[in-house]
Design a protein around this ligand. Structure first.
Ligand SMILES: CC(C)(COP(=O)(O)OP(=O)(O)OC[C@H]1O[C@@H](n2cnc3c(N)ncnc32)[C@H](O)[C@@H]1OP(=O)(O)O)[C@@H](O)C(=O)NCCC(=O)NCCS
Length: 368
């Protein structure tokens, strides 16, 4: 009998340091009003720890919520494009931080779409009977790549991690369908150049990353591809718009989410938004939003849920889920990040100054 794959646990980890729009306006030619009205973002988190640390904390919360021991896992998947190291992968580090050995450890890099890609791979393996229990984490620290002199990019990103536990079930619930894609014609409109083996080995690294970023192009493609993917999984699932109970889209810009849900004719009360608190956390946005939707009582047993995302590549995807019977955690974990600063500007000050120096621009007074 084909088994289904259902989410049984959920967790998140947001670092304590908060970078507000006012912080950004102190060294960039921008204003809080511009950022809020054009993006919906009011503040974002900046991490003082590595992606494996954030992932392990989110993972421990998800495991407790599922009532599962880490030792029962068959696999750990980490969706990230800002892992601690390429070799070993971040999932291996997370396994180590969970204090277990043996389960498969996989990193998935599909930029902001990574969590949808990883969840699809895990659900497909569980449905095929190839494994029973997995931890799927979306975690990113794109602020590491940011050029702090660029006002159209520096305002958008934040750091964080979200996680879910996925388990095999015989119930008629769980993962339904997925649609994944990539339009590589858009390779050049978003990315981090000079970060990989394409950089000559003995080349002097310039320090600041080159970050091609064509905001308008990304914006238009994000709406078109998330709409197409969402409609595709709705069709495969046999769902009409009225059948959807909760819609969670990648939180890159409130205007993208508003335009997308308008195209799909979804009412606002079915759409979950938390971009104001965190900005674009890349692969972490969807699992953190799902976790917060559960905490806010927005998920009920048997609900039909669509998750969709879009990112560099240009990758995109959507998946449909029928929620299981439990919407409250089995247990609560006390896991938390090692203490760190809450003042994001002091945490980032030296990096921001270096961005200005390397671009041969005067260092703003607020940073002196
Ligand atoms: C980046 C983004 C917010 C810019 O908003 P926009 O409405 O498209 O703005 P534009 O790029 O057309 O720029 C309009 C003007 O605002 C200015 N501007 C850009 N950022 C600004 C800022 N932070 N503060 C003030 N002005 C700003 C531009 O310089 C431009 O000025 P000009 O007309 O004098 O040249 C928007 O394109 C976006 O969200 N794109 C998607 C980005 C994203 O999340 N990518 C990751 C996907 S996973």
């Amino acid at each position: 009998m084909t088994q289904n794959a259902v989410i049984t646990g959920w967790g998140k980890c947001l670092p304590p340091a908060i970078l507000t729009n006012e912080h950004l306006a102190s060294f960039l030619d921008t204003s809080g009003d511009w950022i809020t009205s054009r993006t919906g973002i009011e503040e974002r988190r900046i991490t003082h720890k590595n992606i494996s640390d954030l992932s392990a904390v989110a993972g421990k919360h998800a495991l407790a919520a599922a009532g599962l021991e880490a030792s029962e896992l068959d696999a750990i998947y980490v969706a990230t494009s800002s892992g601690d190291t390429l070799i070993p992968n971040t999932a291996a580090r997370v396994q180590n931080k969970l204090g277990i050995r043996g389960c498969a450890a996989v990193d998935v890099n599909a930029a902001c779409s990574g969590f949808i890609y990883a969840l699809t791979q895990v659900a497909a393996q569980i449905k095929a009977g190839m494994m029973e229990k997995a931890l799927v984490i979306g975690a990113d620290r794109l602020t590491y790549y940011v050029d702090w002199t660029k006002r159209n990019v520096a305002i958008l990103f934040g750091d964080g991690a979200g996680a879910v536990v996925v388990e095999a079930t015989d119930d008629n619930a769980g993962f339904q369908f997925s649609h994944l894609g990539c339009d590589s014609d858009g390779l050049g409109i978003l990315g981090v150049d000079k970060m990989g083996t394409n950089v000559p080995r003995y080349h002097d690294h310039p320090g600041a990353f080159e970050v091609p970023f064509e905001g308008q192009e990304i914006y238009m493609n994000a709406i078109a591809e998330m709409k197409r993917s969402s409609l595709e999984v709705m069709k495969k699932s046999g769902w009409h718009k009225d059948d959807i109970d909760l819609f969670i889209a990648h939180q890159a810009n409130i205007r993208i989410v508003d335009a997308l849900t308008k195209h799909l004719k979804l009412p606002a009360d079915k759409v979950f938004i938390n971009i104001e608190k965190y900005g674009n956390m890349s692969a972490a946005t969807v699992p953190v939003a799902l976790c917060e939707a559960l905490e806010a009582g927005r998920v009920n047993a048997g609900d039909n849920i669509i998750l969709t995302a879009f990112g560099a590549g240009l990758t995109y995807g959507a998946c449909s889920l029928k929620w299981g019977s439990r919407t409250t955690p089995v247990a609560i974990s006390s896991a938390e990040l090692a203490p760190g600063p809450t003042d994001a500007l002091s945490l980032l000050k030296e990096d921001i100054k270096r961005s200005y120096q390397e671009r041969h621009q005067p260092i703003p007074d607020a940073l002196k």
